[in-house]
Each structure stands twice: as structure tokens, then as C-alpha cells.
Design a protein around this ligand. Structure first.
Ligand SMILES: Nc1ncnc2c1ncn2[C@@H]1O[C@H](COP(=O)(O)OP(=O)(O)O)[C@@H](O)[C@H]1O
Ligand SMILES: [Mg+2]
Length: 221
């Protein structure tokens, strides 16, 4: 079982949105997926409640219970554990970083988000874990011109010493609408732009989790 952690000390960056969407992408690849919801707000669990499906399994965990939680899922044959962490500097996030094989550092293209990403990036580096940075909720181009905030965010993110995902995620209605139905964007609008972004992000993430693994869907299409 490979273990993925989604991180940023700031709330609202998209940790839960990306956790559930990457879980759905993993399911589409035929993986057995569980999400450990480490946030007492329980957003991932409420998504699972509206989903009303058996997969992915979503359950609450905390810093103390995470290790036995992961152990139980490993023995149950789970192939991917996604750890959705709370904002702030929590014991749960620290435990998740220790356990993780790969980290996704999530930020919006804003100064405050980038500033809040610094300690998360340092914690991942101190633990010796690989990861990447993804810019989420980027504004759309206006008149074909990219917002200056995006270039600034990418430049600042590079200085944190982690690769930047090969795709940035735009602020898109599909990311919000799909949550109401307990779906991922790949299920909500399979041919939509949001689904294409998640597909690319999933390629990056699964490459980080399983270095050298042949991409199943890419070779099957
Ligand atoms: N790419 C996106 N486009 C549009 N809305 C988004 C996007 N990513 C996240 N959101 C919205 O932003 C809000 C915060 O996202 P959430 O995943 O709960 O952040 P976090 O878990 O980091 O606190 C939610 O309402 C979610 O629907
Ligand atoms: Mg969340």
C-alpha cells in the first residue's frame, strides 16, 4: 500500500477537494483506495456521505490512530491510502508526513498561501519525503493573458525546492458542483477541463507513488 499526504497549513486551498478527486482517479485505475480524514471538520467524510458508495472507503483518523489505521488497511489489501490533513500545525499532519511515501503540497496563487506552504515544505523535506507542489484555484486567462499571480506563485513555489505539478488547476465550477453529489470531477464531467486536469495531476502523483510503474490507463487507451 502506498501512502499519499495532502498538505498546506492554510485552510481552503483544496486539500480535501484534491484528496477525493485523486481517490476517484485511483479507483478509475482499478486501485483499492482509502481516505484517512484527519480533519475534525470531516469534509472528506461528508463527501463520502453524499456519495453513498462503498468506494473509496473514507474514515476519520487522528495523529494517534493513523498508524494502526494504515496498518489495518494495508492488511485488508488496500493499495492506496490518501491522508487528508487539517489546516494548521497539527500532530495529525506530522504523523501523516512520517507515514507518507509522497506529499502533495497544495496552494492557491496567493501570497498568504505561498507563505503558509513554507513550513509544510520544510516538514516534508526534513522527513526526507518526495513530493510536488500544485497550484490550485488559479484564475482563468483573461483575453488570453495569464494572471501575473500565477507566474509569481510558480516562481515562489520553485524556491521551496519541490517540483511543480505538470498541471495547474483552475478555479472551476465542476470542482464545486461534483462535491454536492459525492463525485469526483472525472465522474461528474468526464470530458470536462477539470477532469483533464485531475487526470494529469494523477499521472504525476502516481508516478511519484510508484516510480517506474507503467501507467495502466495510458497504455490501455
Ligand atoms: N479548483 C477549484 N475550483 C473551484 N473551487 C475549488 C477548487 N478547489 C477547491 N475548491 C473549493 O474551495 C473550497 C475549499 O476547498 P477544500 O478542498 O475544502 O480546501 P481545504 O481542504 O484545503 O481546506 C471548497 O468550497 C472547494 O469546493
Ligand atoms: Mg479539508
Amino acid at each position: 500500500m502506498r501512502k499519499l499526504v495532502l498538505l498546506s497549513r492554510k485552510g481552503g486551498t483544496g486539500k480535501t477537494t484534491l484528496s477525493v478527486n485523486l481517490a476517484v482517479a485511483g479507483l478509475a485505475d482499478g486501485l483499492s483506495v482509502a481516505i484517512a480524514d484527519l480533519d475534525i471538520q470531516g469534509s472528506a467524510r461528508s463527501w463520502a456521505d453524499s456519495r453513498g458508495a462503498e468506494t473509496p472507503i473514507v474514515a476519520a483518523a487522528n495523529g494517534g490512530s493513523l498508524f494502526p489505521f494504515a496498518n489495518a488497511h494495508e492488511r485488508a489489501g488496500r493499495e492506496l491510502l490518501i491522508m487528508d490533513t487539517p489546516a494548521g500545525d497539527s500532530q495529525a499532519s506530522a504523523a501523516a508526513i512520517r507515514l507518507a511515501d509522497f506529499a502533495v503540497l497544495v496552494c492557491r496563487p496567493s501570497y498568504f498561501d505561498l507563505a503558509a506552504l513554507v513550513p509544510s515544505a520544510h516538514a516534508v523535506r526534513a522527513a526526507g519525503k518526495p513530493g510536488l507542489i500544485v497550484i490550485n484555484q488559479a484564475p482563468s486567462r483573461r483575453g488570453g493573458v495569464e494572471a501575473a499571480a500565477i507566474a509569481r506563485a510558480v516562481k515562489a513555489a520553485r524556491e521551496l525546492g519541490f517540483p511543480i505539478a505538470s498541471v495547474g488547476l483552475r478555479a472551476r465550477v465542476a470542482f464545486q458542483e461534483s462535491l454536492w453529489r459525492g463525485q469526483g470531477v472525472m465522474e461528474f464531467e468526464p470530458r470536462g477541463a477539470a477532469a483533464a486536469e485531475i487526470d494529469r495531476l494523477w499521472q504525476d502523483v502516481s508516478h511519484g507513488l510508484w516510480p517506474g510503474r507503467v501507467q495502466q490507463r495510458a497504455s490501455g487507451e
